[in-house]
Design a protein around this ligand. Structure first.
Ligand code: TYD
Ligand code: MG
Length: 457
């Protein structure tokens, strides 16, 4: 008989306690403790560990070779991973249900012709996977599918098949026989992930785990998973929009600054290699209320359209509604406009939208937001072929932003004729820019006069 005991886990952060607690002492959340039965002594890893006892080594005795990376066949995915999948690493892809995690994983599996791949699904039957593969329109004889949830069987199959990559959809369906709680519970998910992680490190097989996100945006409930795995990627996007963004929130083998953009189409996900081209609509010229901003997310610059609508408030309190942009920042910019440039928007509704359902937190978009709002307010279009890249400060000053040269080059590449930036840069750094004229300004009211001279007075 194996002794079992009851413990309580925090659903939010995975903290463990011997009794139920109203408030989690680790993360401070209320009412998150749930009861689970586990073995008195966790035998995590024993079942699969076949490595000899390790001995301590001196730094000089440790031999290193460069991490060997595998090309996943999807450029955007490689980019987010920092140049490909490191052998023996465990990558967790998290995202809300229906966002396209399984599609992304399957597409990768079917694209990778060089390696033997094992795709384990605990959620879908092999028939469903086949239907999805037909929809994507790819086929790969080197890819094996297994509909299984029991960890022991999964490990046996991996040992037997010796694949070059294992995909598990999803960690929440895995079940380890030695843990007495139901699949998806914190102790199950944690135990299974730890075992797979050990297996990956010993066998050098890379694993891609798919995890659902709870409605609070936490991976698999317990944040603890994020500590175990090597890389955590989030697949996010707006269900109403077609664009999906893959970003990394933890990466032991690369930067977390990279970002991959995909478009969900009728036949699977399509990589968006040049986001600017889809995020701005050059046919919108002549319409009021739009302005183009040069932004950087991660390490990639792109241009994005900011749309604003300013109208008379129907009710006493004007509405401020913003999609894809922080509404508090919008309020701040409106206050700056009122105080520093003399525009009374206090009785007007302001709606703001960033094209493509993308969320931007880059302050360099400030100036584009202000210009879009004013353009809608005057019902007067912004000049043709101009874009903006500057932060706006509380005293109405136009401030420099990081990596302006990359932003300018991106705007130049897309055929913009003018870019409006802060005057706080050393002019010499733009000497090599030929095909775009750079206008520098130091105050918001100057920019307003320049663009809306006939309207602003
Ligand atoms: P899915 O990969 O099942 O999401 P997840 O695994 O994250 O829960 O994708 C679900 C959505 O994607 C579903 O609503 C249908 C849509 N979809 C397409 O639009 N085109 C396609 O080619 C495929 C396979 C799915
Ligand atoms: Mg799925």
């Amino acid at each position: 008989m194996v002794k079992t005991k009851t413990v309580f886990f925090c659903r939010n952060c995975g903290a463990e306690a011997p009794k139920w607690l109203g408030k989690c002492p680790a993360c401070g959340e209320w009412n998150t403790y749930i009861e689970e039965t586990v073995y008195a002594k966790s035998n995590s890893g024993k079942a699969i560990s076949h490595k000899e006892n390790s001995v301590p080594l001196r730094l000089s005795e440790i031999s290193i070779s460069d991490e060997i990376r595998m090309d996943t066949g999807i450029r955007e995915f490689n980019r987010v991973l920092g140049g490909g999948l490191v052998l023996g690493s465990v990558v967790l892809i998290g995202g809300e249900p229906g966002i396209g995690k399984s599609t992304l994983a399957l597409q990768m599996a079917l694209n990778l012709k060089k390696e033997k791949i094992l795709y384990i699904s605990g959620e879908e039957s092999t028939r469903q996977i086949k239907l999805r593969a037909e929809r994507i329109g790819l086929s790969n004889d080197n890819c094996f599918f297994l509909s299984e949830t029991l960890l022991e069987n999964i490990i046996n199959q991996i040992t037997h098949l010796k694949p070059g990559l294992v995909i598990v959809d999803s960690v929440q369906t895995l079940q380890d026989d030695t843990v007495e709680s139901s699949p998806g519970s914190i102790s199950q998910v944690r135990e299974c992930t730890v075992k797979l992680m050990k297996y990956a490190k010993e066998s050098f097989i890379p694993f891609i785990l798919i995890g659902h996100i709870t409605k609070d945006g936490l991976l698999a409930g317990p944040k603890i998973l994020e500590h175990i795995v090597d890389t955590v990627l989030l697949f996010e996007g707006d269900h109403q929009h077609l664009y999906r963004i893959l970003r990394s929130t933890k990466n032991r083998f690369g930067t977390t600054a990279e970002l991959g953009i995909f478009e969900m189409t009728q036949s699977g996900l399509k990589e968006v290699l040049n986001p600017s081209e889809i995020l701005i609509n050059l046919n919108n010229e002549g319409l009021s209320g739009t302005a183009i901003g040069a932004t950087i997310d991660g390490i990639r610059p792109f241009l994005i359209e900011v749309q604003a609508l300013v109208s008379s408030a129907a009710y006493g309190t004007p509405q401020r509604i913003s999609t894809g942009y922080d509404v508090r920042r919008l309020n701040m910019l409106l206050a700056v406009l009122e105080k520093r440039a003399g525009f009374k928007l206090a009785t007007r509704d302001v709606f703001l939208n960033i094209a493509g359902g993308i969320r931007i937190s880059d302050p360099a978009l400030d100036l584009a937001v202000i210009i879009a709002v004013l353009s809608s307010n005057f019902d007067y279009p912004v000049k043709k072929n101009i874009c903006f890249s500057a932060e706006v400060g509380l005293s109405g000053e136009i401030r420099p932003v990081s990596r302006i040269d990359q932003r300018i080059r991106e705007a130049e590449k897309l055929g913009f004729k003018t870019i409006l930036i802060s005057s706080g840069y050393d002019k010499k750094s733009f000497a090599s820019v030929k095909n775009i004229s750079i206008i520098t300004m130091s105050r918001v009211d100057e920019a307003v006069k320049y663009l809306f001279a006939s309207k602003a007075n």
